[in-house]
Design a protein around this ligand. Structure first.
Ligand code: CA
Length: 232
C-alpha cells in the first residue's frame, strides 16, 4: 500500500500544493487544519509520516508533536516540522519536541519530498523497499512472490496482504480489529474471528516441517510477526 502522509497545516494554498506533489509521487494524503484534528486523525488513520506546521491555531505544532510522542499508539510515527524562518527552526529544535526533521519555509516541494523519503527510509525501511524481509522470510512486492529460505511460499490474496502488513511492522502486536482495518479495509464488515482463520492459513503456509513459527499469538491482544521463541 502507498504510504499515508498526514499534512497538518492551516494555509490552504500550501496544503493544495503539497497534496498535489505528494500524490504525484505516489503517496496517499490526509489533511488536518489544526492540532486537535491532527490528534484525532492520527489515532484513526495511523499515518506513516506527519508533516506538521509549527504555527497552527489553538495547539502549536510543538504541543501536537509532544502529545503524539507521549501516546503509545502514535509514538513511533515519524514527524517533520515545518517552520516559517530559519531562526524559528533553531528555536523549535531547542524546544526538543521529538520531531525527526525540520524544514524551513519557503521550501520547494521536491526538497520537502526528498527529506520526507529520507525520514521514512530511516523510520520504516520496509516502505521504500521492493522486498520486505524478516528472518528467513522474503516478500517481493513487484512479483508478489514470497520465499522462506529456499522454499517458495504460496499464499492466497488475503494471507499475502496480512503477511505484508506484518512485514511492514515487524515485532508489533496487532489486535484483530486493527488487522481487519489494515487488511480488509475499514468499510467492510468482517467478523473478528475471520482473522483467526486467515492467521491459521498463513501459519500453515509459512511453517512447514521443523521451521519455527514466525507468527506470535499474544493472548487477549492479537498477533505479531516476531522472532521465533522456543517453547521450553
Ligand atoms: Ca500555519
Amino acid at each position: 500500500m502507498k504510504p499515508l502522509v498526514l499534512i497538518v497545516e492551516d494555509e490552504t494554498a500550501l496544503v493544495t500544493l503539497l497534496r498535489y506533489n505528494l500524490e504525484r509521487e505516489g503517496f496517499r494524503v490526509a489533511e488536518a487544519r489544526d492540532g486537535e484534528e491532527a490528534l484525532v486523525l492520527c489515532a484513526e488513520e495511523r499515518p506513516d509520516i506527519i508533516l506538521l506546521d509549527w504555527m497552527l491555531p489553538h495547539l502549536s505544532g510543538i504541543e501536537v508533536c509532544r502529545r503524539l510522542r507521549r501516546a503509545p499508539e502514535t509514538r513511533d510515527i515519524p514527524i517533520i516540522i515545518l517552520t516559517a524562518r530559519s531562526e524559528e527552526t533553531d528555536k523549535v529544535r531547542g524546544l526538543d519536541s521529538g520531531a525527526d526533521d525540520y524544514v524551513t519555509k519557503p521550501f520547494s516541494p521536491a526538497e520537502l519530498i526528498s527529506r520526507l523519503r529520507a525520514v521514512l527510509r530511516r523510520a520504516r525501511p520496509a516502505l521504500s523497499s521492493e522486498t520486505l524481509q524478516f528472518e528467513d522470510l522474503a516478500m517481493d512486492l513487484a512479483s508478489h512472490r514470497v520465499r522462506r529460505g529456499e522454499r517458495e511460499v504460496r499464499l492466497g490474496p488475503t494471507e499475502f496482504r496480512l503477511l505484508r502488513h506484518f512485514l511492514e511492522h515487524p515485532g508489533r502486536v496487532f489486535s484483530r480489529e486493527q488487522l481487519l482495518d489494515a487488511v480488509w479495509g475499514r468499510d467492510v464488515y468482517v467478523e473478528p474471528r475471520t482473522v483467526d482463520v486467515h492467521i491459521r492459513r498463513l501459519r500453515k503456509a509459512l511453517n512447514v516441517g521443523e521451521e519455527s513459527d514466525l507468527i506470535r499469538t499474544v493472548r487477549s491482544a492479537g498477533y505479531a510477526l516476531d522472532r521465533a521463541t522456543v517453547n521450553a
